[in-house]
Ligand binder design. Structure first.
Ligand code: ZN
Ligand code: CU
Length: 491
């Protein structure tokens, strides 16, 4: 005779780091119907499945604050590059680029092509994209932004100018459709050609519907180099004009003359937080990665080609070597390799550490999930923060590191019932070894899975275990609940 077990899943004997920055404590965690049903001494309980977690940390599943996984959720539904790191939720649609709404047959300008959306899989509405994902869930949850550059491409004949009143109205209508379908906000990428000509006023006007729908404004700013302070000021002005929270994406100060200026930018962010909601994210590397660019500022340091459509053989090689071999200037070699992606070494380690350690900084990978030689952040970001920056460098305690990738992120994005190990929360969990967790992905071997991650649970299902995907795909499309997001540091 058998009785119904108390839990679907019981994680026994682990040490909980709960995602609130509170000190760790020993506890069992019981999961039932996709939710955390109990946390504490569950010695007498029975379960359909038990995982022994002695010696391991049990933490909330990590939330990747900044991704370009919109299409990867369909193309690589096991999301191994993310769940292998302990990531259970990705925020997609960043840098002005979202997979929807896109017209079929339209040629996508760089960097919209980075998402790699096949023509047949394009959705002309955001609701269509959400429905497709609900019908074919991926291994991780997603919270998605709609991209301003995507809206421009969908509504404007030419992108090399400011939008007209009519075009702005058309973009607003698409934004409203997206927000009603579950988008959590609007992202911009005024650094990139499709949006470079968009004025502050254009963005404010397009963004008008955000406040009533409880949406966020998230931005890859116009400048992260010599004009970074002006770019921050523009971002904050947009947030104030719309009366909504802003997220400064992958905050950095790049190019040598700006090294050290994170002291200036962080002081400005801190001061601004007193009067309005400001959030920021950061990836733990001194190199960035984006489309292949030919402008001098981007080619100032070492450039590593990650992918090239016309020259796939160049992936993994230095631009300098390729240019020398071809007997042309680096900018010319870069032009010949477009479209494609590259890795740019333009940051200084002390700035990266200062921004990571800033108490309100969330962790976001900014990984680009295409090609064979991506930036190692795609596979290594979260274990690198936990292993390298917390354990080895001692930048912050493990509890703080976990908070920066769970509780803080859930709060900032308004992801209700996620981000902490508390009874009633959705059962997104990661079990890892604090002593051994480390990123193994390097610039040379960028797709090597991290070490020290034992199991990853998404909505109560084990998605990653024993170093591989289990094939369980319980990811959900998450909406933003503004009330779940208490006011930031300004409160
Ligand atoms: Zn970006
Ligand atoms: Cu990005």
């Amino acid at each position: 005779m058998s009785t119904t077990p108390t839990f679907d899943l019981l994680i026994r004997g682990g040490t909980v780091i709960d995602g609130t920055k509170a000190p760790r404590f020993d506890a069992d965690v019981g999961v039932k119907d996709g939710r955390i049903a109990a946390v504490g001494d569950l010695a007498g309980a029975s379960a359909t499945r038990t995982i022994a977690a002695a010696g391991l940390i049990v933490a909330p599943g990590f939330i990747d604050a900044h991704t370009h996984d919109d299409q990867a959720l369909f193309a690589q539904p096991d999301m191994a590059f993310k769940v292998s790191q302990g990531v259970t939720t990705v925020v997609a649609g960043n840098c002005g680029i979202s997979a929807a709404p896109l017209k079929k047959g339209m040629k996508l300008p760089m960097p919209l092509d980075l998402l790699d959306v096949p023509d047949a899989e394009r959705h002309s509405t955001f609701a269509g994209w959400v429905a497709a994902l609900r019908a074919r869930p991926a291994a991780t949850n997603v919270a998605a932004l709609v991209g301003h550059s995507t809206l421009r491409a969908a509504t404007m004949e030419s992108l090399d100018r400011e939008a007209t009143g009519e075009e702005i109205a058309a973009m607003q209508a698409l934004l409203v459709e997206a927000l009603e379908a579950g988008a959590i906000g609007l992202s911009t990428g005024t650094f990139y050609p499709p949006a470079v000509k968009a004025s502050t006023e254009e963005i404010v006007e397009v963004g008008r519907p955000l406040a009533v729908h409880g949406g966020l404004y998230v931005t890859h700013m116009r400048d992260e180099s010599s004009k970074v302070m002006e770019a921050l000021d523009e971002t904050f002005r947009i947030g104030r004009a719309l009366g909504i929270p802003v997220v400064v994406s992958h905050h950095k100060v790049q190019n040598k003359p700006n090294f050290g200026r994170s002291t200036e930018t962080l002081a400005f962010i801190r001061e601004t937080m007193k009067g309005q909601q400001v959030c920021l994210d950061c990836y733990p590397y001194t190199a960035g990665s984006t489309m292949i660019r030919t402008d001098r500022g981007m080619l100032d340091g070492r450039v590593l080609i990650a992918s090239s459509t016309p020259h796939p053989e160049c992936a993994g090689r230095d631009l300098g070597d390729i240019a020398a071999e071809w007997g042309v200037a680096e900018s010319e070699a870069a032009r010949r390799m477009q479209p494609g992606t590259a890795i740019y070494f333009l940051m200084d380690e002390p700035d990266v550490q200062r921004i990571l350690a800033f108490d309100e900084t969330m962790i976001g990978s900014d990984g680009i999930p295409t090609g064979e030689k991506p930036h190692p952040r795609l596979w290594g970001t979260f274990p690198r923060v936990l292993g390298h920056y917390s354990r080895e460098v001692g930048l912050f305690p493990l509890e703080t590191a976990v908070w920066k990738m769970t509780g803080l992120t859930a709060r900032n994005f308004g992801l209700a019932d996620r981000g902490t190990v508390t009874v009633g929360q959705h059962a997104d969990l990661v079990l890892f070894d604090a002593a051994t967790i480390r990123d193994a992905a390097t610039y040379e071997a960028p797709t090597t899975p991290a070490e020290g991650i034992h199991a990853v649970i998404v909505n109560g299902g084990v998605a990653w275990e024993g170093g591989r995907s289990t094939g369980v795909r319980r990811g959900q499309v998450l909406k933003r609940t503004p009330s779940a997001a208490p006011r930031g540091a300004a409160a």
